[in-house]
Design a protein around this ligand. Structure first.
Ligand code: GDP
Ligand code: IMO
Ligand code: MG
Length: 427
């Protein structure tokens, strides 16, 4: 059985967690490899609903091992809150949740800086989740970060926090007119948090290497989406990590030869939270309709998600930069009541026809979608269990999406629950 990387192929919230939860039936180890608590991953099983920000979505299954890799930026407070929530739902992560000792820690400096920067940027704000993601990754690359392993030993933690505090407290005062944060309080609090997560911390790369050697099946759970990738997305309106499949290797500490299938999760339409260009956005009643039927409100911040038609130039780019082997098309059911459905097949931009979303931000802003229209199916798909049970027009719509982006359909999702999943071809 293949190891699978499951990534978002649009602007996030494609339903990755639902797909990961379903594919976990077939796997042993589930690994988050980038991002942080900016992610909001919703899993519905029976009448239980869970939104994960840091813990891999596979944790809902008994006996599966879940791993937070070195590429993640870890907020220990959020991690402990999620562990507590799991306990309340009767799920025990102890003994099967592992956190990389070399993952970076989101500290109060980072969330304060994230918010202060956004406030100061005014209209030019990115629309971040305010979870401190950008500042934490900046400190990592700038080599002044704090890692999970440092939380376990005051001798390691103290000098690093003191050095970081010096940089950021000067910044708070001089640039943002904000109060400095007392490093003594941070050291005390984070040593305590370190003690609470101590039992979960290990060398994750070693653990995964042994799992691979033992023939265990891995799923790498992406966060955000390809067009939020810091290199491939609509920069600077992106997140601060690489969200693409290749980063599963870097962010988990396994070689790229461990990655077999690359499953691109796509909504049957498109959404985006936060600011930045969105060529197929619908600012009319149709967009409101998609939001309402699709319940498109952010799982992390509760913000309205912006909604629009399926955008092939976006998903083509995702197919290319991730090397997608399969599509998992979600939320097909949201289109059940539409009379007709538009698909953006290409963009018109500066007198040219473009097949791919361009890298240059101003150019994306000038892209006008070229649409084709397909008839809706006007039938409830939420109980469909196989390709054969789907309405003819729904099948035609799905086939057209796959044809436009030149990737085969592996799975289709027709509802939030685990059993509302149709396997097409996951070979
Ligand atoms: P993620 O961040 O990619 O994991 O996605 P989110 O959890 O942020 O958002 C996806 C939302 O759609 C969640 O509320 C899911 O429960 C829900 N969902 C997932 N798949 C389907 C589907 O096929 N149909 C419907 N109606 N909802 C779905
Ligand atoms: P999941 O994993 C959708 C967006 C934010 C903002 C930009 C930068 O649930 O798909 P950040 O806080 O990362 O610095 O914000 O990225 N964003 C997401 N949008 N889904 C997510 O995660 C997101 N994580 C970040 O809205 O536009
Ligand atoms: Mg989400």
């Amino acid at each position: 059985m293949a190891n699978r990387v499951v990534i978002g192929s649009q602007w996030g919230d494609e339903g990755k967690a639902k797909i990961v939860d379903f594919l976990t039936l077939d796997a042993d180890v589930i690994v988050r490899f980038q991002g942080g608590a900016n992610a909001g991953h919703t899993v519905e099983v029976g009448d239980q609903k869970f939104v994960f920000h840091l813990i891999p979505s596979g944790i809902m299954h008994d006996n599966k091992v879940c791993v937070i890799g070195n590429g993640v930026v870890l907020d220990p407070i959020q991690t402990l809150a999620e562990i507590e929530d799991l306990h309340q739902k009767g799920i025990t992560p102890e003994g099967r949740l592992f956190i990389a000792d070399n993952a970076h820690v989101v500290l109060p400096y980072h969330s304060a800086l994230d918010k202060a920067k956004e406030k100061k940027a005014g209209k030019a704000a990115i629309g971040t989740t305010g979870r401190g993601i950008g500042p934490c990754y900046s400190d990592k690359v700038n080599r002044i970060g704090v890692r999970v392993g440092d939380l376990l030993d005051e001798k390691e933690l103290r000098p690093r926090v003191e050095a970081m505090a010096k940089v950021h407290n000067d910044e708070f005062v001089a640039m943002y007119n904000e109060a400095p944060i007392d490093s003594e309080v941070v050291i005390r609090d984070y040593l305590e948090l370190g003690n609470k997560i101590r039992a979960f911390v290990c060398d994750v790369s070693d653990l995964l290497h042994k799992a691979l050697k033992a023939g265990k099946r891995l799923i790498f759970e992406g966060a955000q989406g390809t067009i939020l990738d810091v290199d491939q997305g609509t920069y600077p309106y992106v997140t601060s990590s690489n969200t693409v499949a290749g980063y599963a290797s870097c962010g988990a500490g396994v070689g790229p030869t461990a990655l077999d299938q690359i499953v691109g999760v796509v909504k049957a339409y498109t959404t985006r939270v936060g600011n930045g260009p969105f060529p197929t956005e619908l600012l009319d009643a149709c967009g409101d309709n998609l939001r309402q039927i699709g319940n498109e409100y952010g799982a992390t911040t509760g913000r309205n998600r912006r909604c629009g038609w399926f955008d092939a130039p976006v998903v083509r780019k995702a197919a290319m930069v991730n090397g997608l082997t399969h599509l998992a098309i979600t939320k097909l059911d949201v289109l059940d009541t539409f009379d007709s459905i538009k698909i953006c097949t290409a963009y018109k931009c500066d007198g040219e026809i473009l097949d791919l979303i361009p890298n240059q931000l101003s150019k994306v802003g000038r892209c006008e979608p070229v649409y084709e229209e397909m008839p809706g199916w006007k039938q409830d798909t939420t109980a469909c269990k196989s390709w054969g049970e789907l309405p003819e027009n729904a099948k035609n719509y799905l086939k057209r999406l796959a044809e436009l982006v030149d990737v085969k359909i592996g799975m289709v999702s027709v509802g939030a629950r685990r059993d509302q999943s149709i396997i097409i071809d996951m070979e």
